[in-house]
Design a protein around this ligand. Structure first.
Ligand code: FES
Ligand SMILES: [Fe+2]
Length: 392
């Protein structure tokens, strides 16, 4: 029965059904997704700009696993399980600058920023900070495979996904003109969070398509219409939509943000929006980039963290603040407009007669691509679950 439903999802778009209701309402399936759709691939946990200095640490509860992103002494980002090797205390409970050492608040075992166990006070008795049975070199923090890409911190919790470069190679091919460019975050007003009473997949599905533009985004649709859009479908990797008419009127059209260096003409009036499976929604434009990180909280609750980036450090200055604010307000309005429909679809999933729905063979191709990705991961899952492997 369940297998039949997955088969139907994997039919060609014109005849396929969407994922069955259980994928949106069943807590047990949500737990299964954590492994099959998040842990076994590369998923995003946060942004490197939130740990800008050496010794900055960002704890994240990611699909139920406590992880810790740290900016090391060499400036690179590493991710560890946020747990002490002594008695399992959570090491860092809120974002902070830990300095040169990650110190456990319980019995003060201290770790270097690269995870090595440095000191174990009184472990051999009062005043004795070593014991022959406690070997520091064996008790470093457990590192999780990670990679920073366009400022997003990706992790592979299972430890056995293909290399990150292979994971994003199709996107890198498509967006080669953007992916290696430096990005400059717009500051506090370019960062906002939305809490949604919906399953995380509905946020992806809605983002993928421009079909809803005329009715849900009348403002956006006034300068970038449904007919100006095209589908982006990269089976098994990402999907979304592009527009050939990107021309927002920020600051009354008086100030234009500078463009990314060396872009081809395609981007003069083009912009693209893709969901990189599973949990980031990305947008590229000649003059800015944004990323929406989806944090699944439960089968019916999701947090969206939106971050907007520009092409030059100049944009971070005060004289650009009005334009930055306008751009952020424009996107916030668009993303807020989507809340009603993604929450409405979640409520709709309580109807037992709903069979997953149908797709417009023309305008829902990208959404179907995402459904197919999820269904295929479930179809390919072998019986029993693999333990999450670790790097060391
Ligand atoms: S649990 Fe961390 S030092 Fe004891
Ligand atoms: Fe939308």
């Amino acid at each position: 029965m369940f297998e039949d439903a997955l088969e139907k999802v994997c039919q060609p778009v014109a005849t396929a059904n969407g994922l069955p209701n259980a994928f949106y309402t069943d807590p047990a399936l949500f737990e299964r997704e954590k492994e099959l759709l998040f842990a076994n691939t590369w998923a995003c946990i946060g942004f490197a700009k939130d740990i800008p200095e050496k010794g900055d640490a960002l704890p994240v509860d990611f699909v139920g696993r406590p992880v810790l992103a740290v900016r090391g002494a060499d400036g690179t980002v590493k991710v560890f399980d946020n747990v002490c090797r002594h008695r399992g205390m959570i090491l860092v409970d809120k974002p902070k600058r830990v300095g040169s050492t990650i110190r456990c608040p319980y019995h003060s075992w201290c770790y270097e920023l690269d995870g090595k166990l440095r000191s174990t006070p009184h472990v051999g008795g009062a005043g004795v900070s070593s014991h022959e049975c406690i070997k520091n070199q064996e008790l470093g923090l457990m590192e999780i495979r990670s990679h920073v890409f366009m400022d997003m911190i990706f992790v592979n919790l299972s430890g056995d996904a293909p290399e990150f470069e292979a994971h994003v190679s199709k996107l890198t091919e498509r967006w080669g003109e953007f992916v290696d460019r430096p990005l400059y975050h717009g500051g506090p007003e370019s960062s906002f969070t939305l809490e949604l009473e919906t399953n995380w997949k509905l946020a992806v599905e809605n983002y993928c398509e421009s079909y809803h533009l005329p009715w849900v985004h009348p403002g956006l649709n006034s300068y970038s219409k449904i007919e100006d859009h095209y589908n982006i479908v990269e089976t098994g990797h990402f999907s979304g939509q592009g527009t050939t008419v990107y021309n927002p009127q920020i600051n009354g059209g008086k100030a234009r943000f500078p463009n990314f260096y060396g872009l081809s003409d395609q981007w003069n009036e083009g912009a693209e929006y893709v969901a990189l499976f599973p949990n980031v929604l990305l947008g590229v434009h000649r003059d800015h980039f944004f990323s929406i990180l989806l944090k699944p909280i439960s089968q019916s609750r999701t947090v969206e963290q939106v971050e907007i980036y520009y092409t030059s450090p100049d944009i971070q200055r005060e004289n650009w603040s009005q334009s930055r604010n306008e751009a952020a307000a424009m996107w916030l309005e668009v993303f807020k407009e989507d809340i009603g429909v993604v929450e409405g679809m979640q409520r709709g999933r309580a109807a037992p007669t709903f069979d997953g729905g149908r797709f417009s063979p023309v305008l829902d191709e990208a959404t179907h691509c995402f459904h197919q990705w999820a269904a295929t991961k479930f179809k390919n899952a072998t019986c029993g679950s693999k333990p999450h492997g670790l790097k060391k």
